[in-house]
Design a protein around this ligand. Structure first.
Ligand code: NCD
Length: 314
């Protein structure tokens, strides 16, 4: 193939081929580039070793979920397309739909989205042709967190039937609680809740246990972070009062059953939801949950991509 004038010039100059402006591109340079692009339009994308592109679109802060999706994607051999909401065209007012459609057009085979709007995906699923994995939608759902929690419980107890799980804290604003409540019950667990009554509704109150009772009967004590960013009115209790009334104090931990475990999706407000020293205590499975997150997300990605891979695992 003939070199473009620009390439030839750059080769002679021995400088990297930056594309900063088209100011110095001749008509021939441009035509050459366009011909090359046209050539690529007719080429099937090379997929040695099942090469797929994944994009992680996080519009809310995240450490664990985002990085563990990325690790899962890399473990499966997927290529990760980089996206940062703060430096993307979202800042210019681009809608979520246009952003996703753009990512799809550029070639993403799968997209992971976290967004503050509950059920943001309802509109997208009708119009987007690639799998969307929900990494959390406002107070709505967080399916992969729930799956990693389930894996952690199953590894510990071998199953769910008859296991008492107490979900404690800011139930009302927590997508983790919402995702877990229903699924754990369907799997046969005895699901209870604890925390400030103002964060419960009537259906939840039927399952209510005060924290002092909860610690004695729970097999799994699943603590939740206070979702300050989703509160419309300020909390009545300060951090210390919350800790004493609703949190997992060291005194309460001592009352837990010998084989019961502590979970928390993290990030943790140390000293508020739970005593800082308990984060890494023997019965804590918090870092195990994070490890499991990678495996669960690999399985989810694999499942979603099977269709594009003729029904077989990627
Ligand atoms: C949770 C979330 O974002 O919903 N965190 C997570 O994904 N590990 C819980 C939280 O932020 O409190």
């Amino acid at each position: 193939m003939l070199q473009s004038e620009l390439t030839a010039r750059r080769l002679k100059e021995k400088i990297p081929f930056h594309v900063l402006t088209l100011d110095e591109w001749s008509k021939n340079d441009i035509n050459h580039l366009l011909e090359r692009a046209q050539f690529f339009t007719g080429q099937p994308r090379q997929q040695p070793n099942n090469r797929y592109y994944a994009a992680n679109l996080f519009f809310e802060p995240s450490t664990r979920t985002k990085i563990s999706f990325e690790a899962a994607e890399k473990n499966l051999g997927l290529d990760v397309l980089h996206f940062e909401a703060d430096t993307s065209s979202v800042k210019k007012g681009e809608t979520l739909y246009d952003t996703v459609k753009t990512i799809e057009s550029i070639g993403a085979d799968i997209v992971v989205i976290r967004h503050g709007q509950e059920r943001y995906f309802d509109e997208l699923t009708r119009k987007v042709d690639i799998p969307i994995i929900n990494g959390g939608d406002g107070c709505g759902h967080h399916p992969t967190q729930s799956l990693l929690d389930l894996l952690t419980i199953k590894q510990e107890f071998g199953g769910f039937e008859g296991i008492q799980v107490v979900i404690a804290g800011d139930i009302f604003h927590s997508r983790v609680a919402r995702s877990n409540l229903d699924v754990l019950e369907r799997l046969g667990a005895d699901v209870r809740v604890s925390g400030p009554e103002g964060w419960m509704d009537e259906t939840l109150m039927k399952r209510y246990l005060p924290m002092d009772e909860a610690v004695k009967s729970a097999d799994v004590l699943m603590m939740l972070r206070i979702q300050h960013e989703r509160h419309t009115v300020q909390m009545v209790a300060g951090p210390e009062e919350y800790h004493q009334r609703f949190g997992l104090t060291k005194t309460r931990e001592k009352k837990m059953k010998p084989n019961s475990i502590i979970m928390h999706p993290a990030p943790i407000n140390r000293g508020v939801e739970m005593d800082s020293d308990l984060v890494e205590c023997d019965r804590s499975r918090i870092f195990k949950q994070m490890k499991n997150g990678v495996f669960v997300r690999m399985a989810v990605l694999d499942l979603c991509l099977q269709q594009s891979n003729g029904g077989i695992s990627i």
